[in-house]
Design a protein around this ligand. Structure first.
Ligand SMILES: [Zn+2]
Length: 241
């Protein structure tokens, strides 16, 4: 039983959730890394050597966000949030869950609309705009970074993920009443199955295809289809539990 006795839903999502909105994923054949070298634009080393290049790349991604919209799966999650206590943990850096109306969202790999000050750690939102290099509004520091976990950066929010699944206090642990939904992730970046093996909760998987890193066999319900096609069935399953 969780503290307030309410059914909790944890939704863990990845690129497959936003792909249908038209956002390029990194692994598609015509994806971002066909046009840009990761090591030029998205690593900690690239940022140290050429911060402007990384800022420019992320500004392009930010403007791309303005041209896409949340899809049925994002909206479905907002619907679930009205009925249950939902936490969204996403590997996505886009703002499509926010724009669908979700509120409790943990962006494990950062959040594209934000800029972070390297002097005082202040974070501010510039929406879908091109970052013009303006200094930190709090301390006027000039050294800023897209608020994104680049390859080679530490990912501090992995701690939050860990505590959700392996809480310090027994009474915070997930129970049979609770539900974990894994959507649109092959599980090769964040080892979500490692967190799920011993959980007593109901487990739901939605991926395009089976992946050895999130094997269908460890889930109670499996939907191997696009997220927008699966979302209403997922909501039905949850309503019936
Ligand atoms: Zn600052």
């Amino acid at each position: 039983m969780s503290l307030d006795g309410k059914r909790r839903i944890i939704i863990f999502s990845g690129a497959g959730l936003s792909a249908e909105s038209g956002l390029q994923t990194y692994r598609d054949h015509d994806g971002l890394w066909e046009k840009h070298r990761i090591e030029d634009v998205a690593t900690a080393d690239a940022f140290a050597a050429h911060p402007h290049r990384v800022h420019r790349f992320m500004s392009d991604r930010r403007q791309e966000l303005a041209r896409v919209a949340p899809n049925a799966a994002h909206h479905g999650m907002a619907t679930l949030q009205q009925l249950y206590s939902v936490v969204n943990i996403t590997q996505n850096i886009d703002d499509l869950l926010e724009r669908a109306g979700c509120t409790e969202i943990i962006h494990l790999h950062g959040f594209l609309p934000e800029i972070r000050c390297l002097a005082c750690d202040h974070v501010w939102d510039i929406g879908h705009t091109n970052y013009d290099g303006h200094p930190c509004p709090r301390c006027a520091g000039q050294r800023t970074k897209p608020n994104i976990v680049l390859f080679g950066d530490p990912a501090p929010l992995y701690q939050v993920l860990h505590h959700l699944f392996f809480p310090a206090y027994k009474e915070d642990a997930l129970t049979q009443k609770d539900i974990v939904v894994v959507i649109g992730t092959m599980g090769n970046v964040v080892p979500i199955s490692h967190y799920l093996w011993e959980q007593k909760c109901t487990k739901i998987l939605n991926n395009l295809e089976d992946s050895p890193f999130v094997p269908a066999s460890m889930f109670d319900y499996v939907f191997l289809k696009p997220a927008t096609a699966a979302i209403s069935e997922i909501i039905d399953v949850i309503s019936g539990l």
